[in-house]
Design a protein around this ligand. Sequence first.
Ligand SMILES: *Cc1c(COP(=O)(O)O)cnc(C)c1O
Length: 406
Amino acid sequence: MKFQNIEFDTYLKNYPDANGYFGKYGGSYLSPELQSAMDEITAAYYTICKSTKFISELRRIRREFQGRPTPISHLERLSDKIGTGVQLYVKREDLNHTGAHKLNHCMGEALLAKYMGKKKVLAETGAGQHGVALATAAAYFGLECDIYMGAVDVKKQAPNVARMKILGARVIEVTDGLQTLKEAVDAAFMAYSKDYKDSIYCIGSVVGPHPFPMIVRDFQHVVGVEAREQFLGMTGELPDAVVACVGGGSNSIGIFSGFYNDPVDLYGIEPLGKGAELGNHAASLTYGEEGVMHGFNSIMLKDENGEPAPVYSVASGLDYTSSGPEHAFLRDIGRVKYDVVDDEEAIDAFFELSKMEGIIPALESSHAVAYAMKLARTMGKGSVLINLSGRGDKDMDYILENYGIR
Ligand SMILES: *Cc1c(COP(=O)(O)O)cnc(C)c1O
């Protein structure tokens, strides 16, 4: 299928290009030491990802450890309640081991580390979800795991800190600056530049310098491949639309990439938080502009000095200043439409899915559910598939304290 002169039959092979670009977005903007570390990962990945041993080991892990394939569920009661005839479905990444999609790429990254002969994986984490997924993968493979986390986040996210420690990871508290995600990224990159011979940096989404936007997409692609086959098997057709939330953009790229070459509308949903004013949201693809941060060129939210702007969402997994370069590209060519959902709509959808279907969604995923419900109200017929990126247990205390039962 051709879209704006881009040939989607061969898209996954041709994008990114050899330098890691999706059109003008992506690439790698790093110091020489870090660049040589990235070059080593890139070269190793291009070889290892074609090895039948690597592929079959990853498939076995997905089946026997992660519990894949995750099912698709038909939301019959919720579809009836909306009442336009449109049928809603969810891809159940909440049932992937550890309760979210992040383990898909962490298991792949840690397996790559093992094949490269590395002893350690390291990463930063904000809310702790990426740290927990990576600590899980490291425990599975017997790798050391260092997680850098701002001291403020360590206090806020005590349950995830406990999980990482129980899984055997070292949580390194970063006390510079505002003591949150940005400082944790800097500290983790600094540590990596000193230690890249024995370790590999594992990025938590389709962001960062090449090759990570490609590697993480490739490991999340399984979600879209499974979903396409399952949906066809269940209904005999493809969905009319696929909806997913976009933070860095990994769960959405995973499911979208299974449908790029089909006549299916794709919707990426960003968090509007408390509103459209800078600082109140994290809708980078909707309100941002082109710029380089964290080693890659994409669309980002800038403050008046051109620096990464402060961002906010009730869903901590979505509050990132930029999004993956592939999203910026898909936006520009119009293959994916991006839209926003605010905190209130996401909270309503959280309760709606819980009460109508017995599935408590993550607040991140609730953004996609909210949008799919709106879409179903405007469509006359057809079907919408939502990527339910994770389960909401982690959000329950916060919601009860701040919003009460709805
Ligand atoms: C981290 C997270 C997200 C956002 O990350 P993406 O890379 O945009 O997918 C979404 N949902 C859940 C459950 C998460 O933990």
